[in-house]
Unconditional design. Structure first.
Length: 187
């Protein structure tokens, strides 16, 4: 049995295409979006560094400040120099003022290690008292922020998102999760 499988997710975009076609009539109507990712069966199939990142994301998740949603998220980033940076979500009574774990961690990294490349980003999220969960990918705002750091460092960042049970999905780049990405080339 192969414990690390490459997967492909196909999304039916026919309804989206029909709506987009109203605004952009030159769009072809026969395209598909493909998302490439690797499914890692469980924690035991991670390498030593991946296990360390999983453990650190899990540990920081346990001290996330999430008094309103009680949904706690931990993030661990591996830098090119071997250092690991962690962060967790930080909520605020004024909901838009809170910050996700991924952005908390990546912004801290950018401020304190501006010239060091980010190699891997590992995220785990679930309700605080949950004993099992599903892999939770970065939200749209986090995906956009990670995309900016890939552009800044001119190198991809491997993204891992995991369940509490150790089921993990991995992409080679955030672009795998943002097929129609917005970047500085549009400005």
């Amino acid at each position: 049995m192969n414990e690390r499988n490459s997967q492909c997710l196909r999304i039916d975009t026919s309804a989206l295409k029909k709506n987009l076609y109203l605004y952009y009539p030159i769009l072809p109507m026969d395209k598909q979006i493909t998302i490439n990712y690797e499914a890692i069966e469980n924690y035991d199939h991670l390498d030593a560094m991946e296990k360390t990142l999983f453990d650190k994301a899990m540990a920081i998740r346990n001290i996330a400040y999430a008094p309103y949603s009680d949904f706690t998220v931990g993030c661990a980033i591996l830098l090119e120099n071997g250092e690991i940076i962690t962060g967790s979500n930080q909520e605020n009574a004024a909901y838009p003022s809170g910050l996700c774990a991924e952005r908390t961690t990546i912004f801290y990294t950018g401020a304190n290690f501006p010239e060091v490349k980010i190699k891997k980003l590992f995220v785990i999220g679930a309700p605080r008292k949950a004993t099992s969960s599903v892999p939770i990918p970065p939200c749209g705002a986090c995906r956009q922020s990670i995309l900016e750091y890939e552009a800044k460092q001119k190198d991809e960042i491997e993204i891992y998102f995991a369940s509490l049970d150790g089921e993990i999905f991995k992409t080679k780049s955030i672009r795998d999760l943002v097929p129609f990405s917005f970047d500085s080339s549009y400005l």
